[in-house]
Write a protein that binds this ligand. Structure first.
Ligand code: FDA
Length: 307
């Protein structure tokens, strides 16, 4: 536990080290990361999504965008998202979009983020593409949920990720119920303080199951984003017991994690979607994955050795 927490701290520090970020932009993905990232360029991402699609697996494309500090940065980011949406249209990809509100300018201002999201959601809607807003650290949770509420009043094709490790999430789900929203349930990737974080694996798992069950039984679209067999088996049993149609939910996993399981779930006939991050900010995303699960270092070493 102490070792895991120290490794988490170590990789989180590396994720934001400016020297390494600059180096990663110069050297590219030869530094590692290709196991978990769809690539730096749109063409790499398209190739990766096509590979998944050929195995009956959908994708949610995360247009990576870190360090978005100015209006100009946000415009560049919106253009990247448009490029991803047009790739889905032109290449007929089975894919959706995922993004962070900070990438569209939440740090610049709430209005900037909303304006940019309105543009992205309107363009995405034309091609039947849905967009999921990622959830970030607890300190930003309220802002993200409140912007989501504003957007969801106008756009049906926007969904949100909520974290089962937080005490507040059950109330957040109730608060959002009026929209019958699509929710992606995750366990939560950030280490938070004990007054807000359930901070116990068994209880987080119980909360995850409880949230997913309630959402599914209300008839809402549910994205079951986990690599955990226990959660997956729970959902499979639940939907059979309550005859919930498979069109009402999907399993989701991150690129590079449990690829055999991804294929097996798709072959069983379930909707399986893989989260494919791409863009020049791959390094910070990659370090965060190592921080979250140090066992991922093994995958990285193996994939680099195979080059
Ligand atoms: P957890 O880490 O609890 O692992 C449970 C068990 O699953 C392990 O003991 C092992 O048995 C099995 N397992 C897990 N990984 C494995 C592997 N690679 N190989 C083999 N077995 C494995 N977080 C967040 O805070 N905000 C967000 O917006 C998102 N978005 C997001 C999207 C998607 C599509 C996914 C899949 C995840 C996220 N996350 C996230 C991350 C999420 O919060 C969480 O940190 C990770 O998914 C890890 O939690 P798990 O539920 O996978 O299981």
């Amino acid at each position: 536990m102490i070792v895991a927490s120290a490794l988490n701290q170590f990789f989180t520090t590396l994720a934001y080290n400016q020297l390494l970020i600059d180096l990663s932009r110069k050297v590219g993905m030869d530094l590692g990361g290709s196991h978990f990232v769809g690539g730096e360029k749109t063409a790499d991402m398209i190739k990766q999504v096509k590979k998944l699609n050929s195995n009956g697996i959908g994708a949610t494309i995360d247009c990576l965008g870190e360090f978005v500090k100015t209006e100009e940065d946000t415009k560049k980011y919106v253009d990247n998202c448009f490029r991803a949406i047009y790739s889905i249209r032109d290449e007929q990809l089975n894919a959706q979009i995922s993004l962070k509100l900070f990438s569209v300018g939440l740090e610049v201002s709430r209005d900037t983020a909303i304006q940019n999201m309105n543009e992205i959601l309107t363009e995405a809607k034309k091609y039947d593409v849905s967009v999921t807003i990622n959830m970030e650290e607890y300190k930003n949770c309220e802002d993200i949920i409140s912007v989501f509420e504003t957007l969801r009043e106008k756009h049906e094709n926007v969904g949100i990720a909520l974290q089962a490790n937080l005490f507040r999430t059950e109330t957040d789900v109730e608060r959002l119920d009026r929209f019958s929203p699509a929710i992606r349930f995750v366990k939560g990737a950030y280490i938070e303080s004990r007054d807000v974080d359930i901070n116990n694996k068994t209880r987080v798992d119980e909360n995850y199951k409880k949230l997913v069950k309630k959402h599914l039984l209300k008839g809402n679209y549910t994205q079951v984003a986990t690599h955990d067999n226990d959660m997956i088996d729970f959902v499979r049993d639940l939907v059979k017991e309550h005859q919930i149609p498979k069109e009402q939910f999907e399993f989701q996993m991150l690129q590079g994690m449990r690829e055999e399981k991804q294929k097996a779930l798709a072959e069983e006939g379930w909707n399986m979607v893989v989260y494919v991050p791409f863009g020049k900010d791959w390094y910070t995303y990659f370090m965060k994955r190592l921080a979250e699960r140090p066992a991922n270092i093994g995958f990285t070493v193996m994939s680099m050795a195979r080059r």
